[in-house]
Design a protein around this ligand. Structure first.
Ligand code: FAD
Ligand code: DHB
Length: 393
């Protein structure tokens, strides 16, 4: 079957769905193709920290109702080491900017509900998506759905299909340069049915490795511990996870970690990855399809939102004014922020994780850096302005 749309979007993660929504607000038609089921996409546990700029964009475009009701505004984070907590007063240091705790799956649910209420087209559970003609003015998305083969003629294709998607690999050899760094650690993350033991996020540095206490709601906690990158989740029964978290987050003043049933657990590798440019012909990459940042800076989702904000504006200028100026600048406009965020996420990661090959030297540097970040206003402010997110250019 042959169909037509203006913008064909591969992937119904935050980037694909938000792009589809932003285009719809300007009367531009799109179709989203997603390999997984709606349930899977809506239940996948991922990010939880939204920058002020991300929240502002979601609210300005009609996606703020539940976010403003259920999201939790945070004005600070804690860095914890040597048994003591040190607060980084995010809002005081950034003229009142803050972060919001609102799970990625809630953002995705809101986006899907909003797109479907507006009669938007999202095809879930499609197979064998392939891209052809990206160097022509009428690229095609081919896919399999139900028992039928489909072709979707598009003006443009947006590759929003994450790190493991097909879009990036459809770009001819020699066009992209990839930068890749694998960190020698991963994160074991849990979602637990227990009230958070803290009001603000805690990033803990400990001789046994990094630990992070985050949350989703007054009843649900989200926690992470540093593990080996190839660690087997079967080595981590629930008791061991809680014990390790309690040791790594312990303080001298008797703070205790509340423990409860673990609802979900999984291991994520830590990597930095960027392709340049983020476009080829009529294919534009956005979000994790173009770049990955290590999770320590809480930036991946926020960067994806910045990409699609730029891409939507560029496509709107093309459809409204016939101008390809912003489309040509898309990659450059995104990559400036991508590399700033790579640097910040790498800084946070290198400061907070233990290295198994450390002969003591790295650890001493890390402690010196943590001490400086917590005692110098200039260093705290630098961390704070990056953490809450630099203003959009
Ligand atoms: P994805 O969310 O990966 O979506 C891509 C979609 O494409 C998926 O639904 C996938 O099923 C679909 N797809 C893939 N291949 C195909 C195909 N061939 N055909 C059709 N569809 C396909 N970021 C933050 O900002 N803050 C945080 O606090 C944070 N914490 C994180 C914690 C963890 C444990 C992890 C894993 C990530 C975290 N991130 C965080 C990163 C954030 O989750 C990602 O950057 C974000 O999901 C990127 O969105 P995306 O839409 O670009 O890609
Ligand atoms: C969360 C994830 C992160 O990567 C981070 O740095 C802080 C919080 C979270 O899932 O809540």
């Amino acid at each position: 079957m042959n169909k037509k749309t203006q913008v064909g979007i591969v992937g119904a993660g935050p980037s694909g769905l938000l792009l589809s929504h932003l285009l719809h607000l300007e009367g531009i038609d799109s179709v989203v193709l997603e390999a997984r089921s709606r349930k899977y996409v809506e239940e996948r546990v991922r990010a939880g920290v939204l920058e002020q700029g991300t929240v502002d964009l979601l609210c300005e475009t009609g996606l703020g109702d539940r976010l403003q009701r259920e999201g939790l505004v945070h004005h600070g984070i804690e860095l914890r080491f040597d048994g003591r907590g040190h607060r980084i007063a995010l809002s005081d240091l950034t003229s009142g900017r803050s972060i919001w705790i609102y799970g990625q799956r809630e953002v995705v649910k809101d986006l899907i509900d909003t797109r479907l209420a507006a009669n938007g087209t999202i095809h879930f559970e499609v197979d064998d998506v392939s891209l052809t003609g990206i160097d022509s003015s009428s690229p095609v998305l081919s896919y399999h759905r139900g028992s039928q083969d489909h072709n979707l003629d598009c003006d443009f294709i947006a590759g929003c299909d994450g790190f493991h998607g097909v879009s990036r690999d459809s770009i001819p050899a020699g066009v992209l340069r990839a930068y890749h760094h694998i960190y020698p650690f991963g994160w074991l993350g849990i979602l637990a049915s227990v009230a958070p033991s803290t009001e603000e996020l805690i990033y803990a540095y400990h001789d046994r490795g990094f630990a992070l206490h985050s949350l989703r709601s007054p009843e649900i906690s989200r926690l992470y511990i540093q593990v080996e990158p190839d660690e087997d989740i079967n080595n981590w029964p629930d008791d061991r996870i809680w014990e390790e978290l309690s040791v790594r987050m312990a303080t001298d003043d008797g703070w205790t970690l509340k423990i409860g049933p673990i609802l979900e657990k999984g291991i994520t590798p830590m990597r930095s990855f960027v392709v340049e440019p983020m476009q080829s012909g009529r294919l534009f990459l956005a979000g994790d399809a173009a770049h990955i940042v290590p999770a320590t800076g809480a930036k991946g989702l926020n960067l994806a939102v910045h990409d699609v904000h730029n891409l939507a504006n560029a496509l709107i200028a093309w459809y409204r004014k016939g101008s390809d100026e912003l489309l040509k600048q898309y990659s450059t406009n995104c990559l400036d922020r991508v590399w700033r965020v790579q640097d910040f996420s790498s800084f946070m990661s290198l400061m907070l994780h233990r290295y198994s090959d450390d002969d003591g030297f790295k650890g001493r540097l890390q402690r010196a850096q943590l001490g400086y970040v917590c005692s110098s206003e200039a260093a705290s402010r630098s961390l704070a302005e990056n953490y809450v997110g630099l203003p959009y250019a």
